[in-house]
Write a protein that binds this ligand. Structure first.
Ligand SMILES: Nc1ncnc2c1ncn2[C@@H]1O[C@H](COP(=O)(O)OP(=O)(O)OP(=O)(O)O)[C@@H](O)[C@H]1O
Length: 229
């Protein structure tokens, strides 16, 4: 489980996170949702220890992030900054050399699923195909938790559907996923839990199935209620 406990973060004098708490479990997809600038990426960065927090605690399977944690958790950022000068096959080799958890079989499956060619240079790919490579490099790691920041950003509807399909086929198994997205419609049916953020705090955290069954509300219905009140 990932436990984010009462996390505070300021940039200069500007408070961005003001006591954020939520959990994300293995085998489930948890979505962090909120308007631009609410602090979703900051939370992802804090979980990965890419940005220091001012107060609070973040635990992964009950432990603070340490060197060994990077074999348990991986982050797929929204812009591929990794390995642009490489061909896809060299990027895969790099990942294999770097991570014990690299799973080449899964990488090959994803490569053919996305119809990517391993001889293609990453820098020459379209935005959608770059996002797919990004996803492939993250998903082919056998980790417990996967953090994905805006995997649908700037991607056409067909590629979005393809990526959403990967969520069900390759992603979950017994892994835990935290995703940030503005494209709720595409993946609402895949989400197990939603964390709605605003103004540096969690406004509401709910289980999507329970919400549907007990209150007959979709994620969008709850968002309308929470953000318009
Ligand atoms: N390194 C930084 N230095 C100063 N301010 C920052 C830094 N990183 C983020 N911020 C500010 O923190 C706030 C939250 O940013 P963040 O990127 O976490 O939001 P977000 O919810 O992911 O937004 P979006 O939906 O647009 O991706 C913003 O006001 C942003 O300008």
């Amino acid at each position: 489980m990932i436990e984010v406990k009462d996390v505070y973060k300021k940039f200069g004098r500007k408070p961005v996170l003001k006591g954020v708490s939520f959990t994300a479990e293995k085998g489930k997809i948890t979505a962090l949702i909120g308007i631009n600038g609410v602090g979703k990426t900051t939370i992802m960065n804090a979980i990965m220890a890419l940005t220091p927090i001012n107060k609070g605690e973040i635990l992964i399977n009950g432990e603070k992030l340490h060197k060994g944690s990077f074999e348990k958790i991986t982050f797929i950022p929204d812009a591929i900054t990794m390995l642009p000068s490489m061909k896809i096959k060299d990027a895969m080799q790099f990942m294999d050399d770097f991570y014990d958890s690299w799973n080449q079989e899964r990488a090959n499956e994803l490569l053919s699923f996305f119809r990517l060619k391993e001889s293609d240079k990453i820098a020459d790919l379209s935005k959608g195909n770059t996002a797919k490579v990004n996803l492939l490099l993250g998903l082919a790691l056998d980790v417990d938790f996967l953090l994905m920041d805006e995997p649908f950003s700037g991607i056409d509807i067909f590629s979005r559907e393809q990526i959403a399909e990967v969520f069900t086929s390759h992603l979950i198994e017994d892994r835990g996923v935290i995703i940030t997205t503005h494209e709720i419609n595409d993946i609402e049916h895949l989400l197990d839990k939603v964390v709605l953020l605003d103004n540096g705090v969690v406004l509401k955290e709910f289980n999507t199935e329970e919400m549907r069954e007990k209150e007959g509300k979709s994620v969008i219905d709850v968002m309308r209620e929470v953000y318009r009140s």
